[in-house]
Write a protein that binds this ligand. Structure first.
Ligand SMILES: Cc1ncc(Cc2c([C@H](C)O)sc(CCOP(=O)(O)OP(=O)(O)O)c2C)c(N)n1
Ligand SMILES: [Mg+2]
Length: 549
């Protein structure tokens, strides 16, 4: 039975696992937004600026281990979202971009009666071309006969490759009758190849004296944490996460040793990972932020890497092996009962903040958060790029979303809103003053949707990370914006802390108030950086790498 194309697309999104839509309409998208609102199958959360829409949809996808949906208008809307979608591509997040577009009739004539269309850049196809570069599959739904197959293919690409995809829906096609979408079967996988690969991995692990499991973001993207946790316990091998993978398996009772950061991380964790004679990397991106400061101390040729639907075991390459298939095959071969794992103590985290009149240091924020989590239970964390993300490495292991590789600023607050929508839980948002200046204003939509995130602004009145790379540049100095006072104007409640005692009191007061978003502005002296960032910069300088890599 046919339905309007817009309804067919909405049901297909939900049938493929989407739980909500983030968006900002425009005249090219209004008809589709009307269907979203009237259909009601997917809740619609509007934000104030398309970068926030993209970041929120990305965070929701990460939380779900499935699809996030960002819906925008043509041109000014979609092109405003290029950076967040590029970040989602880099960090393998399953975001579906839906953009309204010029009508099929308009497209043929280059617009109304040959006139250029508003929001048009170079050509009517320019936007599709731009998104080809930052998505793994694309379609324009300009033929209702082909639309169901196109939608099925693109959504399967998104799920299987864990990358963003792009769907343009011409505004004159929204109500055209269309058949429902039949989900495609999973792409074929060669069972014998999976078996051969799993046999070789298990043989290496069995021969090893110091096997280690290093887990990365794909373990979350494909919703595999429970299975990987089971594998770690049954194999009895210690587990570390990559920098990007921080927060993974935090809900799983596994022999976790913490986060590997090479020269920038805890030396004991680095020793265990780098001296392993069988390093099994599951879902790990070989990025500079994950390994760039390892000083090449990991021989990646001797390691085993399963990522991007392929597996490499030493010099042996196994293409077309989905991560889930490999993990299931390893579980089939692993001992049924948990094996004993040699105790490797995870590094002690800062706790027991001294609540005195001393100025605040980033490690004090970590201690205060850990004390709060110990008292009141952990919260999911959304972190922006900046020293707040490095400080998060000293916070209790809890689900964390952050731009740990693409490293864009502006992610933190919208990502926190995405977590609010996707999880129904209250996140802790960590953001620097510079990043807050970019997208922090999205907090103004919290009242609209009933969200009450707890936001901690690391206010050092500085682009401090850049200062660590280039101390002699005055342009890294920023003015002191009164974020706590601005919170009131946006419908939230502000708290300002300049001492450790005030920090403790502000966090407690903010945590106790769920009536609206809470913004804790923590004043930090310029030059006060986290121990992790200090090691990170030291490692980069030591490796004589170009700054900021
Ligand atoms: C969208 C965007 N613009 C620029 C940058 C470059 C950049 C950094 C990375 C290296 O590319 S870190 C940083 C300063 C961040 O300032 P703030 O949020 O106040 O945090 P903190 O003071 O802790 O550094 C900038 C501008 C970026 N990552 N993302
Ligand atoms: Mg700053």
């Amino acid at each position: 039975m046919t339905q309007p194309l817009a309804r067919v697309l909405i049901h297909a999104l939900a049938d493929h696992g989407a739980r909500e839509v983030f968006g900002i309409p425009g005249d090219f998208a209004l008809p589709f937004f009307r269907h979203l609102e009237r259909c009601g199958r997917l809740p619609l959360y509007t934000l104030s600026h398309e970068p926030g829409v993209g970041f929120a949809a990305d965070a929701a996808a990460r939380w779900h281990g499935g699809l996030g949906v960002a819906c925008v208008t043509y041109g000014a809307g979609a092109l405003n979202m290029v950076n967040p979608i590029a970040g989602a591509f880099s960090e393998k997040s399953q975001v579906v971009v839906i953009s309204g577009g010029p009508g099929v009739s308009e497209g043929h004539r280059g617009g109304h009666d040959g006139l250029l269309l508003h929001h048009q850049a170079k050509t009517l196809d320019s936007q599709l071309q731009v998104f080809r570069e930052i998505t793994c599959d694309q379609t324009r739904l300009d033929d209702p006969q082909r639309a169901p197959v196109e939608i099925a293919r693109v959504l399967r690409s998104c799920r299987e490759q864990s990358r963003p995809v792009y769907i343009e829906i011409p505004r004159d096609q929204v109500d055209v009758p269309c058949d429902p979408v039949a989900a495609l079967p999973p792409s074929p996988v060669e069972a014998e190849a999976v078996a051969a690969c799993a046999d070789e991995v298990m043989a290496r692990l069995d021969r090893a004296e110091r096997p280690v499991l290093l887990v990365g973001v794909e373990v979350r993207r494909f919703d595999l944490e429970a299975r990987v946790g089971d594998l770690a316990r049954r194999l009895g091998i210690p587990v570390a996460t990559t920098f990007m993978g921080r927060g993974l398996l935090s809900q799983e009772p596994v022999p976790s040793i913490g986060t590997y950061m090479g020269l920038a991380g805890c030396p004991e964790i680095s020793r265990v990972v780098e001296e392993s004679d069988a390093l099994l990397m599951l879902g790990v991106l070989l990025s500079d932020t994950n390994f760039g400061v390892s000083g090449e101390r990991i021989d990646l040729r001797a390691a085993m890497l399963a990522a991007d639907r392929a597996v490499r075991v030493g010099f042996h390459a196994y293409p077309d092996i989905p991560l889930a298939d490999l993990i299931d095959a390893l579980l089939d071969r692993a001992p049924v009962e948990p094996s004993v794992c040699a105790a490797i103590p995870a590094p002690a985290l800062p706790r027991d903040l001294v609540a005195d009149d001393a100025p605040v240091h980033p490690r004090d924020i970590a201690a205060a958060v850990n004390d709060l989590f110990d008292r009141a239970g952990p919260m999911p964390i959304a972190a922006d790029m900046g020293d707040c993300l490095f400080t998060a490495m000293d916070m209790r292991h809890t689900p964390l979303v952050a731009p740990g590789y693409y490293a864009t600023m502006g992610f933190g607050v919208p990502a926190g809103l995405g977590i609010c929508a996707a999880s129904g839980r209250r996140p802790l948002v960590l953001v620097g003053d510079g990043a807050f200046q970019m997208t922090g204003w999205e907090l103004g939509v919290c009242a609209r949707h009933g969200w009450a995130p707890l936001v901690v602004v690391f206010n050092n009145a500085s682009w401090e990370m850049l200062r660590t790379f280039q101390p002699d540049s005055g342009f890294n100095d920023l003015e002191v914006w009164q974020f706590a006072r601005l919170a009131e104007a946006l419908g939230g409640r502000g708290h300002r802390a300049t001492t450790r005692a005030q920090l403790r009191a502000a966090l407690d007061a903010a945590h106790a108030d769920e009536s609206c978003f809470q913004l804790v502005e923590v004043m930090l002296p310029r030059g006060a950086i986290s121990d992790t960032l200090a090691r990170f910069v030291g490692a980069i300088k030591g490796a004589n790498r170009p700054m900021g890599t």
